[in-house]
Design a binder for this molecule. Structure first.
Ligand SMILES: [Zn+2]
Length: 491
């Protein structure tokens, strides 16, 4: 049932309108009512979340059909599409041009004539997606194909579902007659996946006054479901810091028929092997401690026992090894990690090169510094022919968002209520999101990705056949709206 549309990212509004109507047919054929009549003004924004989710599902499908593969991104087409929806609802959008062909969209619901940025809530999601290898998918990655109750498409998980849910939330608040006690700001960003010139860093530098806020909800967390039941809700409050380091070995170049012991390739390979086997020391912070405490409550007895022993003096070391070996993601929450990702050396098969290089992608725990880690690695490698070179554009360590804030309390309460009493855990993600840039600007930003998914589906993020079940999408829309209403609407 895939609807094949032009792959070109740049579209006029007229073309977007054609796509908008063209896309309706296959969705309707699949049982999704096309653009149902918007609900009339309700006293509560939570009055009819089912009708709202049906509308939002159409927005999700149409956002997937707008190809925003980054690079080049071409997010402007998605930005114009979103602006059109907001305009129809009487919400004034503003397009902020970040780079040619790349615009962010910002829109605001005001609580009073004078805004108080320190109280404002920012709903942020990115419009760009990572590339898709079409040949490896069973459906068109940009077709928004419905199959077995799932919406398939690049961005179905990351991050167009969140984008559509944020859009649904601000629209539901606007349609309702509930009174806001703080400004609610919608922001759709560019270039999150590449973190380049068009990313939130530039947006903040150029336009911070347009979306300055004290609180933010963004991607980065997860709701893990097992056997049809939500096991736990992870709310991202902190994230690791990405730094690329080049490992460079030098040696004399020469004829390959007369090899010597100081061959740069041999020295580089030895250094990479040592680094690959290295495990950085364990460091805990409050977020990670509380994550494992909470996770222990829903884990098998054996795992739970070691999770509870992680921070003890007598059994701590053994527990840290056991938990790290049990799950690489758990390991990454406790250690700085180093992943060699690229290798290069040589130009001819019969020439010993004078230089060999490896790229190391390092993820630092928020409190750790690259100098300390490289000090330990230099000692380990212990080779005067090998040196480390920190690459530009390293991430910046951001403060952790508070686990005592009003917003965190609302998220915990509502998420637990909505997901059958499942524990809500603070989470430190191994990956980076736009939230670190917000946290550096004093924003209490939380990664709340409200759609319940299995580990199997989550593994498709950035992979093949990315998909989200319609039931999960609907639930996520309702949960997000519930949280935002509790936080921002006067009771
Ligand atoms: Zn994302």
């Amino acid at each position: 049932m895939a609807l094949v549309i032009s792959n070109s990212g740049t579209r006029t509004l007229l073309q977007s309108a054609i796509i908008f109507f063209a896309a309706v047919a296959p969705l309707a054929a699949q049982g999704i009512p096309p653009n149902p009549t918007p609900a009339q003004a309700n006293p509560s924004p939570l009055a009819d979340t089912e009708a709202l989710s049906r509308e939002a599902l159409v927005w999700l499908a149409q956002l997937i059909q707008i190809n925003t593969t980054n690079p080049p991104g071409n997010e402007q087409a998605a930005a114009k599409y979103i602006a059109g929806i907001l305009e129809r609802e009487g919400i004034t959008p503003e397009l902020l041009e970040v780079a040619p062909g790349r615009s962010a969209v910002v829109a605001r619901l005001r609580s009073s004539a004078i805004s108080d940025p320190s109280r404002a809530l920012l709903l942020v999601a990115h419009m760009d997606v990572v590339g898709a290898e079409r040949a490896r998918w069973t459906v068109d990655p940009f077709g928004a194909v419905m199959k077995d109750g799932y919406m398939y498409g690049r961005g179905a998980l990351d991050d167009k579902s969140m984008l559509a849910a944020n859009l649904a939330t601000i629209i539901a608040l606007k349609r309702s007659s509930g009174r806001l006690n703080r400004d609610v700001i919608f922001l759709a960003t560019d270039d999150e996946e590449a973190g380049g010139d068009a990313s939130i860093r530039t947006l903040i530098a150029k336009n911070w006054d347009k979306f300055a806020a004290g609180y933010a909800l963004n991607e980065g967390g997860e709701v893990i479901s097992k056997g049809g039941k939500v096991q736990y809700v992870a709310v991202q409050a902190s994230e690791k810091v990405s730094v690329n380091v080049a490992l460079i070995a030098k040696g004399p170049s020469g004829h390959a028929s007369i090899p010597t012991k100081n061959n740069a390739v041999v020295h580089l390979a030895a250094a990479v092997a040592k680094i690959g086997a290295y495990s950085a020391p364990v460091h805990f912070n409050t977020v990670v401690r509380r994550y494992f405490e909470g996770l222990a409550a829903v884990s098998d007895d054996e795992i739970a026992k070691w999770m509870r022993s992680l921070d003890t003096t007598d059994r701590g070391e053994h527990a840290q090894r056991f938990i790290s070996d049990a799950n690489p993601q758990w390991s990454s929450m406790m250690h700085d990690t180093i992943a060699p990702t690229m290798l290069s050396a040589g130009v001819r098969a019969n020439v010993i090169p004078g230089e060999a290089r490896a790229m190391l992608n390092i993820r630092l725990l928020p409190g750790d510094t690259i100098d300390v880690l490289l000090g330990a690695l230099s000692k380990l490698v212990n080779d005067p022919q090998v040196r480390f070179e920190v690459q530009p554009n390293a991430g910046l360590a951001a403060p952790t968002s508070s686990l005592e804030s009003d917003l965190y309390a609302v998220i915990s309460k509502v998420a637990s209520q909505e997901f059958g009493g499942a524990p809500v855990l603070p989470y430190q993600s191994p990956w980076a999101t736009d939230s670190s840039q917000l946290r550096l600007h004093n924003v209490q930003a939380y990664g709340l990705w409200p759609f319940p998914v299995t580990d199997e589906d989550l593994a498709r993020m950035h992979g093949d056949d990315e998909r989200l079940s319609v039931a999960s999408f609907n639930k996520g829309v309702a949960v997000l709206l519930h949280i935002v209403s509790d936080f921002a609407v006067t009771k």
